[in-house]
Design a binder for this molecule. Sequence first.
Ligand code: ADP
Length: 385
Amino acid sequence: MLRKNVELEDRVLILAPTGGDAANATLVLNRAGFKSETCSDLAQLCLKAREGAGAMLISEEALLGKMLPCLVELLKNQPSWSDIPIIAITSGGEATHASIRVFDIFGPSGNITLMERPFRAITLISALHVALRARHRQYQVRDLMGNLEQRVAERTAKLEETVSEMEAFSYSISHDLRAPLRAMQGYSYFLLEDYGDKLDDTGKDYLARIISSGNRLDRLVQDILTYSRFARSELELRPVNLENLVLEIVQHYPALQPPMAKIKIKTPLVMVMGHDGSLTQCVSNLLSNAVKFVPAGKVPEVNIWTDDIGPDVRVWFRDNGIGIEPAHQNRIFKMFERAPHANNYDGTGIGLAIVHKAVERMGGKVGVESEPGRGSKFWIQLPKG
Ligand code: ADP
């Protein structure tokens, strides 16, 4: 707990080096049961106030001393919970030059009460009661804030622990879960190749289903791992040559080249700020969807271009595929969400969630415009590179 020295926090610091104010006040305060300490100058007052104080009682003459900036500084730099009460003893009658100055300096920002000489004991005591009560509340707020900070720190530590457990879990999925899965896939292939002729058609069909389910499970595990990698990793953003990046992807996958598909790039594509690996993943996912969700017998055609949107670039991917119902256009960016028409097409429902997460981590946005039967236009928006 943060609670400091309660003794110091209750004391009234008195500074009134000239005249009888200090002696009078000390007498009154002691009789009324307040703890008080008299300071010799502003510097000492500031020092003691920093250790902790309930209120300050200062004569206006002392407030105009050489060390005034030290007090102004102290008041200005108080923590957010603190507003230390000051009672300034001023001369009575017409406002003096000193009292006006004191109020000018502290009035707007300070928690200051002016008390005119000759002050009555009861007036001083009631003013100090109010001041110390308010100060007590301030210390309570400080303690509360300290507790909250401690709780936030504890929760953060717990969350960090959970995240690292999740990371360990992902690691074990990739290594421990995929190894037996690969063995199952491998032996299924061997069985089909080496003993296939000993099986009847039903047996072969069962085996083919085992292989295809194994492949699907492997893809699912890989996609989940890719998603969790993007959810976790810190991405360093740099200017990326989008045109080269798209060309490289197209050259890498036969499914994106004639005669399987026609990809048209409207050059030049504007450079974007992004992360090379993440952007490659996003563009690959969008292009593989664009050529996948196309009616049977139709050659997929994809147009890619960029638009300036203020300080951003919007990269478009327009396909000639089956399109997406409006009701599903937002949902498909969530994990495992697939539109009903996608059932005839292979997939895990994670590709667009990966795109969404990766683009979000790069500080961008993603979206789609589509009409069923009339193709889709997916876009990614990122700052210009
Ligand atoms: P997957 O492709 O593995 O099904 P995605 O997360 O990549 O998963 O896509 C989610 C769903 O969004 C798809 O199942 C499909 O319904 C829809 N979708 C994505 N891209 C397209 C597209 N280019 N044309 C039509 N539908 C699409």
